[in-house]
Ligand binder design. Sequence first.
Ligand code: G3I
Length: 397
Amino acid sequence: MKLRRWLAAGAVAVATVAALNVTPATAGRPYDPAAQSLRDLAIRHGLYVGTAVDMAVLNDAADPRYRELTASEFSTVTAENVMKWESLEPTRGSYNWGPADELVAFARQHNQRVRGHVLVWQNQLPSWLTSGVENGSISKAELRQILRNHITNVVTHFKGRIWQWDVVNEAVSDPWDNPSTLHYKGFWAQHLGPDYIADAFRWARAADPKALLFYNDYNIEAFGSGNPANDKTQFVYDMARDLLAKRVPIDGVGSQGHLGTQYGNYDTLQVAAALKKFAGLGLATAFTEVDVRSQLTAGVQAGDSAEINPRLQASAANFSVLLRACLAERHCLSFTLWGFTDRHSWVPGWFSNPPEGLATVYDENYQPKRAYQEIKADLIFAGPPYVLPRAVQTPRR
Ligand code: G3I
């Protein structure tokens, strides 16, 4: 073959490989996708795969595997607790940036992006703030100013180093709350009214023009009745639409993805349809806190495989539903696990009656579970025409 024709053929081959998202074999070694990390497999689709990080465990020299896997398997990290208000400002006016800065440095060292979690939430607030409001020493006007300062200080501190901020978290009630008609719930809505949401996005944008600004919530993986009085996904959709109509700089909606195998859950097409609907508003989406827990029945605790295996299988299937839906929607930018090992998961500490667990993709000894293999397979066996590279999301002004 003449050199020119050979070069042209080479260029076509390279272009074809790129278009199909195929990674070629390296010299002499056949390419084994199953031996790749989740992060390497995901980035072929432009997708970032992440985990929440417990900083105490990351720094535990007796548990080195946690640190190794956090670095090797994931391309984005989220602070499980250390960017929350009670951690950042335990005493009024004095910030404790240390652990959060450490995570950001870790991410930089391992070429990872950071999801900032969380600017405004009704949980894990410092007691000086909640008790000050309760005893009347902090007025409403002052509270608004305190919130504005907090957002400004935190976003400014991390400016340029946060990819996506969870600006407002879990602002909407659930159908089992009282009243059951969905409404804005919690400390901030109670004391400032729902306008704090628009304010928070505007203040965050003023402090960092480049971060993507997200609203984040649970139980919004798929649409239900379509009635915002009882369909939380619809309520959040309407909220996002109204914020956009008011030119509030919201860039995305984070769907947490805390599922349990004992519930009905969703199929992939339902979840994909929800992501598509949010994308229709011009918003990015992300799965931000995925885990799929199971009840630890007496049989599970006794090691009965007939009880354990179906749960591991169902858990894997649910991880897969969320990931495949995300892969199918170009505006779904990241897929973050809320912890990756059953050795360190919020679930057993939170759900004790009945006990629940087995929620993550590695077991307590860092052995990959079926869920890990299934999400790996999803990343491997995805590609055009239905799975395309991620869309570019530009921060709204
Ligand atoms: O820091 C104290 C420690 O000093 C004390 O010894 C220990 C004893 O209980 O508690 C420690 O605080 C715990 C903290 O996690 C840090 O480990 C709190 O009790 C515990 O309530 C807290 O739980 C966190 C929970 O948010 C609080 O709301 C979980 O780790 C964290 O995974 C969870 O994350 C949330 C997301 O932010 C939002 N979406 C839901 C998700 C799961 O609840």
